[in-house]
Design a protein around this ligand. Structure first.
Ligand code: CAA
Length: 259
């Protein structure tokens, strides 16, 4: 079935897929259907051998202005528990293909949390990041208190979460939340440029490296080092390892096949 609230381009560039959030009138507010469509699309792309990196974007005015407040407003705690909307996010967390968020305009609440669920963030000069849930009587519920704190540290995370303050792209870069800033007319292209740098590497090594970096947030140093070493050794079972090292010695560019 064609999704209603996202646009999926599996081969936007060689080995790069593009997924665009597409509820522009609502500033891409993340309702349940959009998140289900997004999870399903990302999982399909993850299973596609041709896709080595995914760019996730919105539009110039908004990456996403958060979970859909209108959809949630009348719910009881039991409704929230039964709907359990954030389990959908767990499906996105499991995607092994790297995802780059291309953020312009608002990345607020669930929008900021979705960008942080991605592996890297490229922002336009107009990007604004924030966790303003406190202003509507709640708090972040899709990772905002955890991923933001790990990314920018306690001082700034506390200020953003407790006051709802937005930060600019420049502040986000200084704080370590994002990777790159580009002018509004170029930020998407910059995201594709970064994606191309990832997509030219061995896809197996990229997936295992992603998994290992993420493990740093979930484990002790000892466990993380152990996990990393296992993945490093495992890559010696791949043809790409043979090709990569051979190409280095032959002073040529490697040709990676994902095998
Ligand atoms: N949910 C539902 N609708 C939203 C929305 C949201 N999060 N954000 C914006 N919209 C809707 C507006 O209601 C408006 O719709 P109507 O034209 O039908 O009134 C439309 O999008 C355009 O928005 P504005 O007119 O408000 O645009 P603006 O430029 O004046 O303001 C804004 C932009 C500052 C982002 C403002 O829209 C805003 O504050 N939005 C809410 C931000 C927010 O609180 N996000 C957190 C949501 S809760 C959450 O995300 C929980 C979680 O942890 C997952």
């Amino acid at each position: 079935m064609t999704p209603e609230f996202i646009i999926v381009s599996p081969q936007e560039r060689p080995h790069i897929a593009y997924v665009q959030l597409n509820r522009p009138k609502e500033l891409n507010a993340l309702n349940l259907q959009l998140m289900q469509e997004l999870r399903d699309a990302l999982q399909l792309l993850d299973a596609d051998d041709n896709v080595r990196c995914i760019v996730l974007g919105g539009n110039e005015k908004a990456f996403a202005a958060g979970a859909d407040i209108k959809q949630m407003a009348g719910r009881s705690a039991i409704d929230m528990y039964n709907v359990d909307q954030f389990t959908i996010w767990d499906g996105i967390k499991k995607v092994r293909t790297p995802i780059i968020a291309a953020v312009s305009g608002f990345a607020l609440g669930g929008g900021c949390e979705l960008a942080m669920l991605c592996d890297m963030i490229v922002a336009s000069e107009s990007a604004k990041f924030g966790q303003p849930e406190i202003k509507i009587g709640v708090m972040p519920g899709a990772g905002g208190t955890q991923r933001l704190t790990r990314a920018v540290g306690k001082a700034l995370a506390m200020e953003m979460v407790l006051t709802g303050k937005f930060i600019s792209a420049t502040e986000a870069l200084q704080a370590g939340l994002i990777n790159r800033i580009a002018p509004v007319e170029l930020y998407l292209e910059e995201a594709f440029r970064l994606a191309a740098e990832v997509a030219k590497q061995s896809p197996l090594a990229v997936k295992m490296a992603k998994e290992s970096v993420l493990r740093a947030f979930d484990s002790t140093l000892e466990e993380g080092l152990h996990f990393e070493r296992k993945n490093f050794y495992l890559l010696f079972a791949s043809e790409d390892q043979k090709e990569g090292m051979k190409a280095f010695m032959e002073k040529r560019e490697p040709v990676f096949t994902g095998k």
